[in-house]
Design a protein around this ligand. Structure first.
Ligand code: FES
Ligand SMILES: [Fe+2]
Length: 440
């Protein structure tokens, strides 16, 4: 349970809010690079409650600027993306990716007014198919290097990344993936054929949890008894400020996780990544991610899931047909006969529960059990960081060290006397180009 004040502190992300300020210390991944064409139509986005448009100029550079023209407020959504800049269609003011005003055609030819006016612009960097932005303090000195997140460093053929919008606060989504107690239940099936069912039958449903605070965030380890000699450990990671990493499972193991990027207080951009650390993604797995499996969704939003909104809606291409309004396509008959939840696939099951009945959950009403320890501790970490920054200007330690983020989630069998935090610590370090180091 959280106090109303703590809940508010964690869920509000706009400019000037404590959590919003903390987020603004970090680079934020927010747009698939392939979805932005040179001189193509500007796309509306919203990040941390700020409305913006993103565009790629004639030279291929990416700009992220205010959605309102600084002249007299025409929407920059209508702007012409031409000749290395974005030109407002109202009076033709033109801006470059850095926010400089290049042209004011209705002003006197010798006017120096354009040197005085800028459009708000955030720096963008593109790396391996993902566009990142930094919305923090403007001086270059306080801008850290891009974080070395492994999913965005491995070769392109090793990784699948999908993006979708979820209609809930970022923390609800993040908490859903820290919590590994739900997996065997929510994602289970009630007939005898499902792989998850065998997993449930073979191991016990009541894992015990151990959490460990880390410089990067938090490790949440769950222990299940494997046999007389060994325990089966699954360690999920929370990585500041909004990443979760999920351990490998199945015969075709891969690493996966999410960046839960706050669009505003009530919507989240869910960037899901799955990757193999040292080989191309298995073609069949990739196909299932993109196409779904027998009409159902996997952990990724398939291409059939998308239901684009009007281009005036932020991230309009990444909305899906699964939403609270239509009950996430719950099939009650299937719930009775086959699937524990009756919801059509993995991510939809997660989204339906994470999004809850309201976009912002009132955590004064919850009742946390022992399996929620990781969630409670992750909130503590976030509250401590935001408090330290808000009250004393103290930034999280090593937040600007790119290698802090080289972390993996693990699923490993260890002898009973071994400890996950010592004996499996090296498996949790992401070493670029190297495999798991154990058999998942
Ligand atoms: S409002 Fe944009 S140029 Fe006038
Ligand atoms: Fe899940």
């Amino acid at each position: 349970m959280l106090s109303h004040e703590d809940n508010e502190a964690l869920v509000r992300v706009g400019p000037g809010t404590p959590m919003g300020d903390l987020f603004r210390l970090y680079w934020i991944p927010f747009f698939p690079a392939d979805d932005l064409e040179k001189d193509g139509q500007p796309q509306k986005v919203r990040l941390l409650g700020e409305d913006l448009v993103v565009f790629r100029d004639t030279e291929g550079r990416v700009g992220l600027v205010d959605h309102v023209c600084p002249h007299r407020g025409a929407p920059m959504f209508f702007a012409r993306n031409e000749d290395c800049g974005l030109r407002c269609v109202y009076h033709g003011w033109k801006f470059d990716v850095d926010g400089n005003t290049l042209d004011m055609p209705a002003e006197p030819a010798r006017s120096r007014f354009k040197e005085k006016v800028r459009i708000k612009a955030y720096p963008c960097v593109e790396r391996n198919g993902m566009i990142w932005t930094y919305m923090g303090p403007e001086d270059e000195d306080s801008r850290p290097p891009l974080p070395n997140v492994e999913w965005n460093l491995v070769p392109e053929e090793n990784v699948v990344i999908t993006v979708r919008v979820q209609e809930c606060n970022w923390l609800q989504a993040l908490e859903g993936e820290i919590d590994s107690a739900h997996a065997a239940i929510l994602h289970g099936r009630i007939d005898s054929e499902g792989a998850i069912n065998k997993w449930v039958a073979a191991r016990d449903l009541r894992p015990t949890f151990e959490c460990m605070r880390q410089d990067f965030g938090m490790s949440i380890a769950s222990k299940r008894i494997f046999d007389e000699q060994q325990n089966y450990w699954r360690v999920n990671q929370f990585v500041m400020p909004f990443y979760t990493l999920v351990p490998p499972m199945s015969n075709f193991p891969e690493l996966s996780g999410h960046a839960w990027v706050p669009i505003d207080d009530e919507n989240t951009l869910c960037i899901m990544f799955s990757y193999h650390p040292n080989q191309p993604m298995y073609p069949r797995t990739k196909e299932i991610f993109i196409e779904g499996h027998k009409g159902r969704e996997s952990g990724h939003a398939s291409r059939h899931a998308y239901e684009p909104k009007s281009p005036m809606t932020p991230f309009h291409k990444y909305w899906t047909k699964f939403k609270l309004e239509n009950g996430y396509d719950l099939n009650y008959e299937l719930q009775q006969s086959t699937w524990f939840s009756g919801l059509p696939g993995l991510w939809v099951q997660d989204a339906a529960c994470q999004s809850g009945a309201d976009p912002i959950y009132d955590r004064t009403k919850e009742n946390l059990g022992t399996s929620d320890t990781g969630i409670a501790m992750t909130r503590r970490v976030l509250l401590e960081h935001l408090g330290a920054y808000r009250d004393s200007g103290l930034k999280p330690e090593r937040y600007d060290d790119p290698d802090l983020y080289m972390v993996r989630a693990i699923s490993v069998k260890l002898d009973k006397e071994q400890s996950w935090s010592d004996d499996a610590a090296h498996f949790m370090e992401a070493r670029l180009g190297e495999g798991f180091g154990y058999t998942p």
